[in-house]
Design a protein around this ligand. Structure first.
Ligand SMILES: Nc1nc2c(c(=O)[nH]1)N[C@H]1C(S)=C(S)[C@@H](COP(=O)(O)OP(=O)(O)OC[C@H]3O[C@@H](n4cnc5c(=O)[nH]c(N)nc54)[C@H](O)[C@@H]3O)O[C@H]1N2
Ligand SMILES: Nc1nc2c(c(=O)[nH]1)N[C@H]1C(S)=C(S)[C@@H](COP(=O)(O)OP(=O)(O)OC[C@H]3O[C@@H](n4cnc5c(=O)[nH]c(N)nc54)[C@H](O)[C@@H]3O)O[C@H]1N2
Ligand code: SF4
Ligand SMILES: [Mo]
Length: 741
C-alpha cells in the first residue's frame, strides 16, 4: 500500500523529523515533518537521499557463518543464536566475562538496541565497551566532569555571538535547523559568528571573524583569546565570585600568556585575535560549539578546556543565548570525575566507561592474560572508522569469536565469524538518545514505515534471544512481575526487582514482561527510562505536561512527531550542575600545567618525509559516516576528492583531471583531486565515510583510516588525531578505480 509515514532522518545527531512515502515495500520519497517537536519541517539536502540507505542490493537477509576458507554460508536464526550463545558462554567460562568486548550499540539514528545489549553484557559479565564517542567527545566529557559535572549546549537560536571551534555546522549541523539559524545570525548586524578553522568553510563564509589557524594550533589560538579576555579585563568578575571556585589560578595562568607570540604560533594576525576576543567579551550572550577540528587534533583535551573557559570567564552560562546544562532522557555517556578505571592491558583511562578507540587493537594483539578474546559489534563499522584499519583487521582475526550485527556486509562484517542481519531503521521502532536541548528537551520514538525485510530481526529481539539462550533468567524469576503487571502493581514490583539479581537485566525483563502487552515489544525498556526521568526531574517533566513516569511513557508511545519531556527556565540550568553547592570548579591543575608548557611546546608534527597535514575525514554535503553505502547517493563530489590549495597543487603538478596518491606512516590511498582556495597551503583534506564497497560497483573513494596511526592520540583522553595526519602527496595519471601500479 502506498502511504506517507512519520519517521526521522538517521544521518546525523539532529534526527530531523521526516515523512517517508512507501510503496511496494520500497521507501520512495522523503519530506520534512512540519509537526516535529524539534526540527519543525527542516531537513538538509541529505535526508532526501535516504531511499539509498533503505532500498538496494546491499541489504543482508540471512545470518551468515564464516567457513574455514573465509567465505560465508547462510544459517538459520536458531542455529546462529544457539552457536553464538554457546561460544560467548565458552569464552566467559574460560577467560571471564570481562574478556568479551562490545563495540557500537547505536549509530546516528538507532539507540533502542543499546538498552538491550547492555542487558546482554550483564548476562555475560562483560564490562568493557566502546563506541564512536570515545574517538571524539571523551576529552570534552572529562573536562565537563572536572568543571561542573554536566553536559552543556549552546543556544544558537538566541545567541548574540556564535563561536565554532573546529566545527562546520553548515555541513555537519549538530544543532536543530542549523542553516536557518546560521543565516539569521549572519544577516543580523547586531549579532556575529566567530569561526576557528584552518579551512575557509561554508560556515566561515558567513563569519564576521574567521581565525584561520594553522592546523593543530588551536590551543595557542584559544589561549590567546582567553588571555585577551583577562588582560583587557573583559571578565565577568561578579559571575566568577558568585558561581565558581579557584578562578584566581586560571586568571593568573592566562595573564602570563604572551598574546602576540601565541598569535604568531597559530598563524593568525594578533589584531584579529584581539577583535574576536573583544566581540566575545562585550556580547550579551555567547554560545560556543567545539567539534572534531579540535577534538581530533593535537592538545585536544586542553583545547576543550580553553574553549570552555572563554564562555565561563565571560559569565555565559545559565541564560538565554548562552551555554546551558540540560536534562537527559537517558545519558548518552557521563564521566564521573571520581572514577579512575583503566583498561586491562594498556592501562588507558576509561572516560564515561568507554575504552579509547585507539587502544582497542592493543588490548587484543598481545599475549597478556587479560586481553579481550571476543567482540560483539553492532551498528558500527570500526574496521573502517577506527584509526589504523589494517591493525584493527589483524585484531579481529586474533579474537576467538567476533559477531557483527548490521544491515549490510560492511568492512567490519567481512572479518567476523558471524554476521547477523538487522531490520533497517525504517522497518522497526527506533529512537536516539541525542536529546541535548535546553530549555525544552525532546525525544522521538518512531514507528516502522515498512515491514522488516524477510530474514532480518530487530536488535532488541536478537539480544532477547541471546539472553534467553544463556539461561540466566528463568520463568520463575519473571512470574512475580507478570503477576504484578496484571494486578496493576507493576511499578512497585520493578522497584523490588532493582534490588535483586535481575537489576542489570532490567531492559530484558521489560521486553519479556511489558513487551507482549505493547503493540511492539522494542520500546518496552523505555518504560524504565521514563520512570527514572520523572523521578530525576519531576518539576521539569510536569512542566512539559506529564504528570508521572507512566504518563511520560504513554506520551512517548503516542507521539509520532516526538515529545517534549522537560521544560525549564534558563536559571534552572543550575539544577543540572553536579556539585552539591552548584559551584563550578574553574582550575584543572593538569591542564593548567599543559597550558604553561605551550610556550616551549612544538606546534608542528610534519616531517621532510611527510610534509603535509592531512585532515582525514571531513564532513561534506554528501557524506554521512558509513550509513549510506550506495555511491549514487552523492550528487556532488562523487569520488570524495582530496582537497588541496592551488599553490600546493601547482608545486606538486596536480590537476583535477589527474589523481593523487597519499602516503602516511601507515598506508597509501589513491584519490581524485579538487583544487580549491578554501584550503591553506600545507593542508589537505579527505572526506569521511568513503572507501566503501557496493555490490557490482567495487570501492568508491579513499578510506581515511587506511592512513591513520593509532599512536597519534591525546595523552589524557586517548582521542585520535584524525584531523592531523602527516602525509606525502604525489601526482599520478592513473584513473580512479584503475590499477595504480
Ligand atoms: N554532512 C555530514 N554531517 C555530519 C556527519 C557526516 O558524516 N556528514 N557526521 C556527524 C558526526 S558523527 C559528527 S561527530 C559531526 C562532526 O562535525 P564537524 O566537527 O563539524 O566535522 P568535520 O568536518 O569532521 O570537522 C570540522 C572542521 O574541523 C576543521 N579542522 C581540521 N583541522 C583543524 C584544526 O587543526 N583546527 C581547527 N580549529 N579546525 C580544524 C575542518 O576544516 C572542518 O571544517 O558531524 C555530524 N554531521
Ligand atoms: N579518520 C577518521 N575516522 C573517523 C572520523 C573522522 O572524522 N576521521 N569520525 C569519527 C566519528 S565522529 C564517528 S561518529 C565514527 C562513525 O563511525 P561508526 O561508529 O563506525 O559508525 P557509522 O559509520 O555510522 O556506521 C554505522 C553502521 O551501522 C549500520 N547500520 C545502519 N542502520 C543500522 C541498523 O538499523 N542496525 C544495525 N545493526 N546497523 C545499522 C551501517 O550499515 C554501518 O555499518 O567515525 C569516526 N572515525
Ligand atoms: S540535519 Fe542531519 S538529521 Fe537533519 S536532515 Fe540533515 S542529515 Fe538528516
Ligand atoms: Mo561523530
Amino acid at each position: 500500500m502506498a502511504q506517507w509515514h512519520k519517521s526521522a532522518c538517521i544521518l546525523c545527531e539532529c534526527n530531523c523529523g521526516i515523512e517517508v512515502f512507501t510503496s511496494d515495500g520500497l521507501l520512495e520519497r522523503v519530506r520534512g515533518d512540519k509537526d516535529h517537536v524539534s526540527s519543525q519541517g527542516y531537513t538538509c539536502n541529505k535526508a532526501l537521499r535516504l531511499p539509498h540507505y533503505q532500498n538496494g542490493p546491499h541489504r543482508l537477509t540471512s545470518p551468515l557463518r564464516r567457513k574455514a576458507d573465509g567465505t560465508y554460508e547462510p544459517i538459520s536464526w536458531d542455529t546462529a543464536i544457539a552457536e553464538i550463545a554457546a561460544r560467548l558462554a565458552a569464552v566467559r567460562d574460560a577467560h571471564g566475562g570481562e574478556s568479551i568486548f562490545f563495540y557500537g550499540g547505536g549509530g546516528q539514528g538507532n539507540h533502542l538496541g543499546g538498552m538491550y545489549s547492555s542487558a546482554l553484557m550483564r548476562a555475560l559479565g562483560a564490562r568493557y565497551r566502546s563506541n564512536a564517542l570515545a574517538q571524539e567527545k571523551t576529552g570534552e566529557f572529562w573536562v565537563d566532569s572536572q568543571l561542573y559535572q554536566a553536559h552543556t549546549r549552546g543556544d544558537f537560536e538566541h545567541a548574540e555571538v556564535a563561536v565554532f571551534v573546529g566545527k562546520n555546522p553548515w555541513q555537519s549541523h549538530s544543532f536543530p535547523r542549523a542553516r536557518v539559524t546560521l543565516r539569521e545570525i549572519a544577516r543580523d548586524p547586531g549579532r556575529a559568528i566567530v569561526v576557528i578553522d584552518p579551512v575557509r568553510t561554508e560556515t566561515a563564509d558567513l563569519a564576521d571573524h574567521h581565525l584561520q589557524v594553522r592546523p593543530g594550533t588551536d590551543a595557542w589560538c584559544l589561549a590567546a583569546l582567553g588571555a585577551v579576555l583577562v588582560q583587557e579585563d573583559l571578565v565577568d568578575h561578579e559571575f566568577l565570585a558568585a558561581h565558581t571556585r579557584d578562578s584566581a589560578a586560571v586568571l593568573d595562568a592566562l595573564n602570563r600568556i604572551p598574546v602576540a607570540e601565541f598569535a604568531s604560533r597559530c598563524g593568525v594576525d594578533v589584531s584579529r585575535i584581539r577583535s574576536a576576543a573583544r566581540r566575545i567579551g562585550s556580547a550579551a550572550s555567547v554560545s560556543i560549539f567545539e567539534d572534531l577540528g579540535v577534538q581530533q587534533a593535537p592538545h585536544s583535551t586542553l583545547s576543550s578546556y580553553l574553549e570552555k573557559l572563554l564562555w565561563l570567564l565571560t559569565g555565559n552560562f545559565a541564560k538565554r543565548g548562552a551555554m546551558n546544562a540540560h536534562s537527559w532522557l537517558q545519558p548518552l555517556a557521563q564521566h564521573n570525575a571520581r572514577h579512575d578505571r583503566r583498561t586491562p592491558v594498556t592501562g588507558a583511562r576509561l572516560i564515561a566507561n568507554l575504552v579509547p578507540g585507539n587502544v582497542i587493537a592493543d588490548e587484543i594483539l598481545t599475549d597478556h592474560p587479560q586481553r579481550f578474546r571476543a567482540m560483539v559489534v553492532e551498528s558500527s563499522n570500526p574496521a573502517h572508522s577506527l584509526a589504523d584499519s589494517q591493525r584493527f583487521r589483524a585484531a579481529m582475526a586474533a579474537l576467538d569469536l567476533t559477531v557483527v550485527i548490521d544491515v549490510a556486509m560492511t568492512e567490519t562484517a567481512r572479518h567476523a565469524d558471524y554476521v547477523l542481519p538487522a531490520a533497517s531503521q525504517f522497518e522497526k521502532y527506533e529512537a536516539t538518545f541525542f536529546n541535548l536541548e535546553f530549555p525544552r528537551n525532546t525525544f522521538h520514538l518512531r514507528a516502522p514505515a515498512l515491514p522488516p525485510l524477510p530474514g532480518t530481526l530487530t536488535e532488541p529481539e536478537m539480544y532477547a534471544r541471546l539472553i534467553r539462550a544463556l539461561d540466566v533468567v528463568t520463568a520463575e524469576d519473571l512470574a512475580p512481575l507478570h503477576a504484578a503487571l496484571a494486578a496493576g502493581q507493576f511499578a512497585q514490583a520493578v522497584l523490588e526487582m532493582m534490588t535483586g539479581k535481575l537489576a542489570g537485566l532490567a531492559p530484558f525483563v521489560m521486553y519479556e514482561v511489558l513487551g507482549p502487552t505493547l503493540p511492539n515489544p522494542s520500546p518496552a525498556a523505555l518504560w524504565l527510562i521514563a520512570q527514572r526521568c520523572f523521578l530525576t526531574y519531576p518539576d521539569a517533566v510536569r512542566r512539559a505536561g506529564h504528570a508521572s513516569g507512566d504518563a511520560l511513557f504513554e506520551a512517548i508511545l503516542s507521539s509520532p512527531s516526538g515529545v517534549t519531556f522537560t521544560v525549564d527556565d534558563y536559571r534552572d540550568t543550575w539544577t543540572y550542575v553536579g556539585a552539591a553547592d552548584k559551584a563550578i570548579t574553574l582550575a584543572i591543575p593538569s591542564l593548567l600545567a599543559e597550558l604553561d608548557g605551550l610556550r616551549d611546546a612544538p606546534a608542528r608534527w610534519t616531517t621532510a618525509e611527510f610534509p603535509f597535514v592531512l585532515s582525514a575525514g571531513e564532513r561534506r554535503s554528501f557524506t554521512a559516516n558509513t550509513i549510506i553505502r550506495n555511491p549514487s547517493w552523492r550528487r556532488k563530489d562523487t569520488q570524495g576528492a582530496l582537497r588541496i590549495s592551488p599553490q600546493d597543487a601547482e608545486s606538486l603538478g596536480l590537476s583535477e583531471t589527474g589523481t593523487a596518491v597519499v602516503t602516511t606512516s601507515r598506508g597509501t590511498v589513491h584519490t581524485a583531486v579538487e583544487i580549491t582556495d578554501r584550503m591553506q597551503p600545507g593542508h589537505v583534506s579527505l572526506p569521511n565515510g568513503l572507501g566503501l564497497d557496493f555490490p557490482d560497483q567495487g570501492r568508491t573513494g579513499a578510506a581515511p583510516n587506511e592512513l591513520t596511526d593509532s599512536a597519534w592520540r591525546d595523552p589524557l583522553s586517548g582521542t585520535p588525531w584524525h584531523k592531523h595526519v602527516p602525509a606525502r602527496i604525489q601526482a599520478t595519471t592513473a584513473p580512479m578505480n584503475g590499477a595504480l601500479h
